[in-house]
Design a protein around this ligand. Structure first.
Ligand code: ZN
Ligand code: ZN
Length: 419
């Protein structure tokens, strides 16, 4: 047997006020509530009616006077539902000069009003009450949609309006704008992200010539510059899929990343054209490839990925090439016990991790200098695997050879994130 709800055609108005509902309404009628607040006591009952319309129907059923639509004299909401002419212009003013298509809205209430409302539900005996905040947010959202021609809703808003009812102010939060893609770094002096000066922590001092930075620029700053110009944003966060050493180049298809632009005023930007301008603006040091719009979910995806990577290492050692090849295949075929390198021990916990070299081969050799292409699991410290790190990486190429090995240059050839 089907229930009564299933026989109601879509869009129909229903308000099944039974004797329990009428009894609760009778109790509420003398409490000095406005039509909105009275109707809202049964706001989750039926479909297709506004709360004042619910109150009107109840008044007819009970033979009572219809409560005032004006809410100023209401003992519960104290006029909160009468001030749209105030809230709408305040919201529009607070967001002046900002571009958006999707918004969310909320409100901050005097907690005493919300508590009184819940007490009221118990006192009159209704189980259909809708909260003042929920109703306010819904009505405000509808009116904001009409006034601004934009779309309200909780999914992926670009701007959030918060009406602070006790204070009488609208707070605006601009959600970040995200773009993603891959970067190539063709320079051995640029760190991936802005690196605050160690001495002053970023404030600016003599050591950093007042810049607050250890390095004059970074991939983050280079990639962000045209996007900050175009969006009038207030800053960026850079989310890379791992990072290479400052003196390592990032070649191949580049490294995936997400750029988060904070408080953007402009959102309709030509992502591809801005990304193309990165190479020119950086004089070829950094390229931004496969650029596209992104969302906060892409940050999680990029941060959680742990792809294997291919590298090219140039190193010098006093040994014949046959011995090198032998040592490479021996050391590469065994699980590596890699203790946190000395150079990163100040920011990573000191652990021994097991890693694997997936593939390694010598591709060039000339008088004491060798080029090695290799592929390794995520999190392998390549320089340490080649040089040995004073025995902290075992086995290593240097350890297997029994001779000191020096890495001359290191490049990342590919991030295998799509395999
Ligand atoms: Zn009211
Ligand atoms: Zn400094």
């Amino acid at each position: 047997m089907s229930g009564p709800e299933e026989t109601v055609p879509p869009g129909a108005v229903t308000f099944p006020a039974d004797t329990k509902v009428l009894g609760a309404a009778e109790k509420a009628w003398t409490l000095g509530l406005c039509a909105e607040c009275l109707g809202r006591l049964f706001g989750r009952l039926g479909h297709g009616l506004s709360n004042p319309e619910r109150a009107h129907r109840l008044a007819v059923s009970l033979g009572r006077t219809v409560p005032p639509v004006e809410t100023t004299g209401c003992t519960l909401c104290r006029g909160a539902f009468d001030r749209w002419e105030t809230w709408i212009p305040r919201a529009v003013r607070a967001a002046e000069g900002v571009e958006w298509q999707r918004f969310a809205c909320g409100s901050r209430w005097d907690p005493e009003i919300l508590a009184r409302e819940e007490t009221l539900w118990v006192d009159v005996g209704t189980s259909h009450g809708e909260s003042a905040r929920g109703a306010f947010n819904r009505e405000w959202g509808k009116r904001l949609e009409t006034a601004t021609g934009t779309l309200g809703g909780p999914t992926d808003p670009e701007i959030v309006f918060l009406a602070d009812l006790p204070v009488g102010r609208v707070e605006v939060t601009l959600q970040p704008l995200y773009v993603r893609g891959r970067y190539r770094k063709l320079d051995r002096t640029i760190p991936q992200t802005r690196w605050p000066c160690r001495r002053c922590g970023g404030i600016g001092c003599d050591t950093c010539a007042g810049t607050g930075k250890t390095y004059p620029t970074s991939v983050e700053e280079i990639v962000a510059a045209p996007f900050l110009d175009a969006t009038h944003g207030e800053g960026t966060r850079f989310h890379g899929m791992g990072r290479e050493d400052i003196d390592a180049r990032m070649l191949g298809r580049g490294r995936p990343f997400v750029l988060e632009i904070r408080r953007p005023k402009v959102r309709s930007i030509d992502v591809a054209a801005l990304a193309r301008s990165v190479a020119e603006r950086s004089e070829g040091k950094v390229e931004f490839l496969e650029a596209r719009a992104a969302g906060s979910a892409d940050v999680v995806r990029v941060k959680e990925a742990s792809p294997s990577k291919s590298y090219r290492v140039e190193f010098s050692v006093e040994a014949p090439v046959e011995k090198i090849k032998e040592a490479v295949s021996f050391a590469a075929s065994r699980a590596i016990a890699q203790r946190t390198p000395t150079r990163v021990a100040h920011r990573r916990s000191d652990l021994v991790r097991e890693r694997r070299i997936l593939d390694a081969r010598v591709v060039a050799a000339s008088s004491g200098r060798f080029t090695l292409d290799l592929r390794a699991e995520a999190g392998t410290y390549i320089k340490e695997w080649v040089e040995g790190d004073g025995g902290r990486t075992e086995p290593s190429l240097a350890g297997t050879l029994g001779a000191p090995v020096k890495v001359e240059a290191l490049d990342v050839l590919e991030i295998h994130d799509e395999e």
